[in-house]
Design a protein around this ligand. Structure first.
Ligand code: HEC
Length: 115
């Protein structure tokens, strides 16, 4: 896995760098794909705002599930599992009509530990 020193300013450049690494047993989405699709892409916010379709909510569950199967770039793997596990729960609750996103929207909280 590449270790990247990514500052906020580097993000755009990194997005264009593509997928250079391969993973052994592949979760459905890479962490980068989840970040681009759900986090920076706004799907999480859309679901949190209550505007998303059922399909979009289910996609978010799938993305967070893959996220939890991926390894963090750094930090404790147990904490990563806990954090992403809570995100799966938040997304599942959204499928049932709730909107209670705290962990998923705490971008900085996770990045400072695991990115
Ligand atoms: C559960 C932890 C977690 C949460 C929550 C999280 N991120 Fe991330 N994010 C990561 C990790 C880990 C990476 C590094 C991925 C890599 O380098 O493979 C990352 C990378 C990124 C990137 C760079 C993607 C790339 O292509 O290099 C962006 C943009 C990003 N996150 C945006 C967000 C935004 C916006 C939020 C909040 C709405 C958010 N993230 C919430 C863990 C998280």
């Amino acid at each position: 896995m590449r270790k990247l020193m990514v500052g906020m300013m580097g993000l755009a450049a990194v997005c264009g760098a593509g997928f250079v690494y391969a993973q052994d047993d592949k979760p459905k989405y890479t962490t980068k794909q989840v970040m681009k699709g759900a986090m920076a892409g706004g799907l999480t916010k859309k679901v949190a705002g209550g505007d998303a379709s059922k399909e979009e909510k289910e996609k978010l569950v799938a993305m967070f599930t893959a996220l939890s199967q991926n390894k963090p770039n750094k930090g404790d793997e147990k904490e990563w599992k806990e954090r992403t596990g809570k995100m799966i729960e938040e997304a599942k609750k959204a499928v049932d009509g709730a909107s209670d996103f705290k962990v998923a929207l705490n971008c900085k909280g996770c990045h400072s530990k695991h990115k």
